[in-house]
Design a protein around this ligand. Structure first.
Ligand code: ATP
Ligand code: MG
Length: 348
């Protein structure tokens, strides 16, 4: 089923936190609402599940308008960061809860709970209480409870935030597997770009109550709409330098010059974005500097290089270069992969 949020505006008192936001989630698709803390991700999700009323706008599930329906009539499955399991109930009773309040027969309930428990691999745990489960297992129970009544949409608000790094990795692919096996359209709220990139078909990147760009993860990474998108995605992050614009070319400190593409009109000021994988000795020379930081990351090493004009450019290289802090280097840039921005941060 398709979800459409149109012209959504949300205010808290005098403060408008979301203004005229449009969002479409297609059938079977999993999308991320990604963005920094406070940008309005949860507020948007809460409006979709009916916890918040919308001040303006329309919400459609398929072609049915649901804006005025209370939460329990919207048929959405929600999973929150803290799972919100009922501590005094067994796993079975927790998962069955949404069905018992619908007054289904005991045998029907048992069949559906068992079915969903198999899907999320917790068939063995049904008699336990939440306190007797690991964080990852609790997360699976919360997912089972959200899915048991076959909701039209699965809504996830930072569902992995309370798990340790290894479990988070495991649950990332588990949630994606379950979403794909059930074919349910899903919205994942997260501030973790890696989570959004690895789990979702499309990412809606938000900033200050607006969607800045909504596209496939690879498009946001390689073709960002502006500086905010370019900086938000990528770890280690992109570096920016301010070249001097001189007769149609960008002059970088150290002598390297990059031609300004013809389709970009002459700008008085252009900012360059260079990703760490686009700066290094494999791209020749022309951008000399001093290594001021080295971080060993196992397979790779991360370098911060200080240029003559005081700007810092990062590079990621295979480990074992033997280059230490203080070394003078002269590396090159993959000119085709450099991103250009105008003085307001818009992509050129
Ligand atoms: N009940 C509320 N009353 C007043 N302001 C609120 C309320 N809920 C959220 N806000 C404000 O609305 C803005 C968006 O909040 P929201 O919780 O949607 O952010 P978020 O993107 O989910 O952030 P985080 O990543 O920290 O969870 C923030 O400025 C927040 O302070
Ligand atoms: Mg939030």
């Amino acid at each position: 089923m398709q979800l459409q949020l149109k012209n959504f505006t949300k205010r808290f008192g005098d403060l408008t936190v979301i203004e005229n936001l449009d969002l479409t989630v297609n059938s079977g698709e999993m999308i991320a609402l990604l963005g920094p803390s406070g940008c309005g991700k949860s507020t948007t999700l809460f409006a979709i599940c009916g916890i918040h009323r919308m001040d303006e706008g329309e919400l459609l599930f398929g072609d049915r308008e649901v804006s005025d329906l209370p939460s329990q009539k919207r048929n959405v499955g929600v999973v929150f960061q803290n799972y919100a399991l009922y501590p005094h109930m067994s796993v079975f009773e927790n998962i069955a809860f949404p069905l018992t309040i619908k007054k289904q027969s005991a045998s029907d309930i048992e069949r559906q709970v068992n079915e969903i428990a198999e899907l999320v691999y917790i068939g063995e745990l049904l008699k336990r209480r939440p306190a007797e489960l690991s964080g990852g297992q609790q997360q699976r129970v919360a997912l089972a409870r959200a899915l048991v009544r076959k909701p039209d949409f699965l809504l996830l608000d930072e569902p992995l935030a309370n798990l340790d790094a290894k479990l988070r990795l495991e649950m990332r692919s588990e949630i994606r597997r379950i979403q794909q096996e059930t074919g349910i359209a899903a919205i994942l709220v997260t501030h973790d770009q890696v989570e959004a990139m690895s789990m979702c078909d499309r990412i809606a990147l938000m900033d200050a109550g607006k969607i800045v760009q909504f596209d496939q993860p690879s498009v946001l990474y390689t073709d960002p709409a502006n500086k905010f998108v370019a900086s938000f995605l990528g770890n280690p992050p992109i570096s920016f330098i301010d070249p001097i614009v001189d007769s149609g070319a960008l002059m970088l400190p150290g002598g390297l010059s990059i031609a300004i593409p013809e389709n970009i009109s002459a700008q008085s000021k252009v900012q360059l974005g260079i990703r760490p994988e686009s700066f290094g000795p494999q791209f020749g020379t022309g951008l000399p500097g001093k290594v001021c930081f080295v971080e060993m990351q196992g397979r790779e090493e991360l370098f911060d290089v200080l240029l003559a004009d005081g700007s810092l450019v990062r590079s990621i290289q295979p480990a074992g270069s033997g280059i230490n802090v203080g070394a003078q280097i002269d590396w090159g840039v993959a000119a085709d992969n450099v991103l250009m921005f105008d003085q307001n941060g818009a992509r050129l």
